[in-house]
Design a protein around this ligand. Structure first.
Ligand code: GRF
Length: 198
């Protein structure tokens, strides 16, 4: 069985990355984690990669705050290509990707966001959902395009909002849903990959 080669990008905690690597290890997910890359030198996601013995790297992002410097983005493309990555999985990657990555991996970059997109894109999605008085929110796996938290939806899961929820308690429950949803969505893409790569 041909395994889908993935590269995971993240800037922080790495709970989604951990869940994906656990599912791969338990042979529950027909993917092959080729590399984990972070724009943050001491991000826990890199320690998780080391724990699972997945090749990992720090990518110096350059001088901008919300995007990679063009040279750094070209370097990222090179690193992912050299690792043989077919699908790029964003797992808490806090920079917006631009032409170098979008052109190198057309419809092959996915992201997870803690809301039912198109509702509440951007930062603090749980806080936004509470402020809007919603009774249900959730999480979304989607293809990445040039806009923030935008692009064709692959899968969504609802999470009920309780009257005593804070942004923190709500986000924690969304993250539990995320960990399962992301692996399920990647499993679906593994099947599509296997159907086209014999
Ligand atoms: C997740 O909640 C995801 O929706 C958002 O960033 C967070 C990353 O968390 N894009 P983690 O690093 O996977 O724990």
């Amino acid at each position: 069985m041909k395994r889908l080669p993935i590269g995971i990008l993240g800037s922080g905690k790495g709970s989604n990355c951990r869940a994906i690597l656990e599912r791969i290890n338990s042979r529950d997910l027909a993917a092959d984690a080729r590399v984990v890359i972070s724009d943050v030198l001491d991000a826990p996601i890199l320690a998780i990669a080391r724990e699972f013995r997945v090749p990992n790297a720090y990518l110096p992002p350059g001088q901008f705050r919300t995007r990679l410097e063009p040279r750094a983005e070209e370097e990222l493309v090179k690193m992912l290509r050299e690792a043989g990555v077919h699908l790029v999985v964003l797992a808490g990657f806090m920079r917006v990707l631009h032409a170098p990555m979008l052109n190198a991996f057309p419809r092959r970059i996915i992201n997870i966001h803690p809301s039912l997109l198109p509702k509440f894109p951007g930062l603090e999605a749980s806080k936004q959902a509470l402020a809007a008085g919603e009774s249900v929110t959730g999480c979304t796996v989607h293809y990445v395009d040039e806009k923030i938290d935008h692009g064709r939806v692959i899968a969504q899961r609802e999470v009920t909002i309780f009257s005593d929820d804070t942004p923190q308690t709500l986000h924690a429950r969304i993250q539990i849903a995320e960990r399962d949803l992301y692996s399920s969505a990647i499993a679906q893409l593994c099947e599509e990959y296997q159907a086209t790569h014999v």
